[in-house]
Design a binder for this molecule. Sequence first.
Ligand SMILES: Nc1ncnc2c1ncn2[C@@H]1O[C@H](COP(=O)(O)OP(=O)(O)O)[C@@H](O)[C@H]1O
Ligand SMILES: Cc1ncc(COP(=O)(O)O)c(N)n1
Length: 268
Amino acid sequence: MSLKKVLTIAGSDSSGGAGIQADLKTFQELDTYGMSAITAITAQNTLGVQSVLPIPPAMLHQQLESVLSDIGADAIKTGMLVSSEHIMVIADMLATYQIDRVVIDPVLGSTSGSELTRQDAIITLKKMLWPMAKVVTPNLLEAAILLECPPIESVKEMEEAVIKLYDFGAPYVLLKGGHLPSDQSIDLLFDGETVHHFSSPRIKQRHTHGTGCTLASAIAAELAKGVDVITAVQTAKSFMNNAIKEGIAIGSGSGPINQAANRHRSNE
Ligand SMILES: Nc1ncnc2c1ncn2[C@@H]1O[C@H](COP(=O)(O)OP(=O)(O)O)[C@@H](O)[C@H]1O
Ligand SMILES: Cc1ncc(COP(=O)(O)O)c(N)n1
């Protein structure tokens, strides 16, 4: 089988834990060929984001054109998108190159609370990019912002939210429940008919930087291989569990998860 190609469109995380760096590690571990188009450079570490430098939208366009016109992509994952202008460039390129295996992780802020996508970009994300995605993967906080609703605090509220998010126009919405206080970590996937529950025991782990980026990238890598969405989410979740179990204790804050854990752990 030929090596499948996966492109991440996201921000660079100098600490190597999230963003482009997490995405490329995930692609590699899942036996795909990873490529990147960078939307912003962030200076960050295990304590938080210290500074953000957006890449000019024209340069984002050039990166996408260079990669897609020559190499192409079997799937694309997006993360930190910065601004409406950046999102419009991406929507334009997805349409031009007719890429339909697109996973959007609607990164609005970092876990540590820094804004990574500007407020005005949220409307553009919903209107222009969302309908071009195959799967969108908001966390609880992002879902509440996108739906303009109060905090989502139970599995029942998650079920209602994931159905509402479906109306934004992607065929699959995966609402991640990593932030729900519970002894299970529950994600819900809605495909327009059924709410599928993906549940696994919550792992006691302080070092969870990069979980959302890794999950979305793992789904994109599996979709690139031609796997269906439900199977891709199952594989991604199992990959994540292994990576979280071996979270790396570096820095004085929340360290990164370890994608390489999957080399020596069977799928658990
Ligand atoms: N402590 C944990 N144990 C097991 N799975 C977790 C844990 N924390 C997060 N996850 C899983 O990691 C993925 C990312 O979830 P979440 O933390 O909600 O997103 P984000 O990183 O975007 O904030 C989800 O599949 C979630 O269920
Ligand atoms: C460049 C970049 N992209 C995404 C995240 C979100 O990751 P997390 O939710 O683990 O902080 C981040 N911190 N930095």
